[in-house]
Design a protein around this ligand. Sequence first.
Ligand code: PGA
Length: 251
Amino acid sequence: MRRPMVAGNWKMHGTRASVAELIEGLANLALPGGVDVAVFPPSLHVSLVVDCLEGQLISVGAQNCAHQAGQGALTGEVSSTQLADAGCKFVLVGHSERRQVMGESNEVLNRKFEAAQAAGLIPILCIGETLEEREAGKTLEVVGQQLGSIIEELGVGAFVNAVIAYEPVWAIGTGLTASPEQAQEVHAAIRAQLRQENSEVAQGVRLLYGGSVKAANAVELFGMPDIDGGLIGGASLNADEFGAIIRAAGN
Ligand code: PGA
């Protein structure tokens, strides 16, 4: 049985004051025992969030890491080693905003994924197609290439200690959600691609859905056989809404 996971990607939101308020709200939630919960603040706020969540069953992750672990001359970057030292457990790798806006290629993301694991972090690999790609019937091809890049470079065994998030770009922050059936189709294809390499790895890896998940659509999405939870953007900035999504994953 895969343990469900709900992750909150705060993106470039928050001030010290609003972060403290959000954490207070999270700390007051009655969370179901069977769900792994993590929040992903901007790296500036990671230490603050780690400190404030001490003693809570909520993990902290980062939204990005440098393509090399350790320390070094890389102005403006934060390494996976530094994030682990600050108390992070997870890191997002290849969120579509980084692929598209920051131009991160599969090659760079392979290195980030590897650097994350080298530092003991669990990478959450984000993959997904644009609207144009979906309309051209290329969804499975695009997602397959993004996943295949890691498998080819690092081997399927890399997914023993990783999570995958399928996030259709057209559904992120748009209010458009993939239907449970659309999401399930892609999740099943992702698992099948992994199964071709190693069935045990495929069976064990958690596949999260992301893209306009709210309390109102979470139950149906999380009810699909290959959807093991969600990566939540906008709705994770509201503690009550995020709490309701976590409870949906616990059902
Ligand atoms: P959204 O973002 O829930 O606001 O659509 C999801 C994400 O980008 O991870």
